[in-house]
Design a protein. Sequence first.
Length: 68
Amino acid sequence: MEIIQIIAIILAVVGALNWGLVGLFKWDLVAFIGGRLSFGEVNLFTRVVYILVAIAGLISLTAIGELM
């Protein structure tokens, strides 16, 4: 597995855990780390993190394809 895929999977897991926190507690860890923002608020840092997690999810699909 390529290093980019491994990093992508890690970022996808981080994103999944963040969404779990949102679903269970309505608490957004990325927004909190990115400036103690309220749920749904974004700044440049959080926007970049969200975009990177989305890209990581797409890259992770290639890793799934290699497993099949």
